[in-house]
Design a protein around this ligand. Structure first.
Ligand code: ADP
Length: 274
């Protein structure tokens, strides 16, 4: 499913003294099946941008299209439930959204909500655990007894359990150490490859954008500053630095841009329809 923004503007607290234009004259396309990184300094509009993709926010003006769904001001007919089945959104610190008594119930909550029979949803939860790097025995424990990193994996499994065709990730590796970050990113890359998902990753780690994404969108002051293939983007390093992005200047970084999908090929099958 292609995602396209056409002349979108988003204003917070419109008509009040606190009004803030967070996106303006914002037009961009995220190609179906791409692994797209969204980069930009704090306040550039990244979170506002991605929350339009599953209809959490609506444009003040302009149009967002996600496959057959249209999200626009005044558009009342949009089937948000159907849209959210397609678009899985992993927020920053997703572990804060866990709420069930057991890991199994938390992971199967989404599928059950979307009409998957309970027994099948429970099976799905069990199948997903190894894919997110958790042992099977945690199924029956409370998510709140797990470590922070494990809780995050449970929350992510809950999003993957719905089998979204678009996966939107807002800094999913925030606060993890480099090894934890790599494991987390490996998980999403495997999921992306095995399921031909369209993946949208918000990150302030330029190394992650360079290493994992094939398509990059750079935001600056609520607008699209650049968009395109990653080689094209990183060639404009001086402009990226000018707008406050922290680019490493090591030779290694430039090499990384040329290496692609250098991750270990661990199969990751989600036979969720069966
Ligand atoms: P980023 O994710 O790149 O840090 P955001 O989309 O969070 O950027 O924010 C873009 C701008 O909109 C910022 O100036 C921010 O202060 C403002 N903003 C974000 N959320 C809200 C909100 N709920 N109410 C008012 N202003 C907001």
């Amino acid at each position: 499913m292609d995602i396209s923004f056409n002349q979108v503007e988003h204003r917070y607290m419109s008509g009040t003294p606190f009004e803030k234009v967070a996106l303006k004259d914002f037009s961009v396309t995220i190609p179906s099946g791409s692994f797209t990184a969204v980069i930009g300094h704090t306040g550039s509009g990244k979170s506002t941008f991605i929350q339009h993709i599953n209809g959490l926010l609506k444009p003040t003006s302009g149009t967002v299209k996600v496959g057959p769904y249209t999200i626009a001001a005044g558009e009342k007919k949009i089937d948000l439930k159907a849209l959210r089945k397609e678009v899985g959104l992993v927020f920053q610190y997703p572990e804060h959204q866990l709420f069930e008594e057991t890991v199994e119930k938390d992971i199967s909550f989404g599928p059950i909500n979307f009409g998957v029979p309970k027994a099948k949803a429970m099976r799905r939860a069990k199948e997903l655990l190894p894919h997110v790097g958790l042992p099977e025995h945690v199924l029956t424990t409370s998510p709140f007894q797990l470590s922070g990193g494990q809780m995050r994996r449970v929350a992510i499994a809950g999003v993957l359990a719905v089998n979204p065709s678009i996966l939107v990730l807002d800094e999913p590796a925030a606060s993890l150490d480099p090894e934890g970050r790599k494991q987390m990113m490996d998980l999403f890359v495997r999921y992306h490859k095995e399921n031909q998902t369209t993946t949208v990753l918000v990150t302030h780690h330029m190394e992650d954008a360079a290493r994992y994404a094939d398509h990059i969108i750079v935001l600056h002051n609520g607008q699209v500053e650049m968009t395109g293939g990653r080689e094209l983007i990183f060639e404009r390093a001086s402009r990226l630095r000018e707008i406050g992005l922290d680019l490493p200047d090591s030779v290694r970084f430039l090499e990384q841009i040329k290496e692609k999908w250098s991750l270990t090929d661990v199969p990751m099958h989600f036979d969720l329809e069966g």
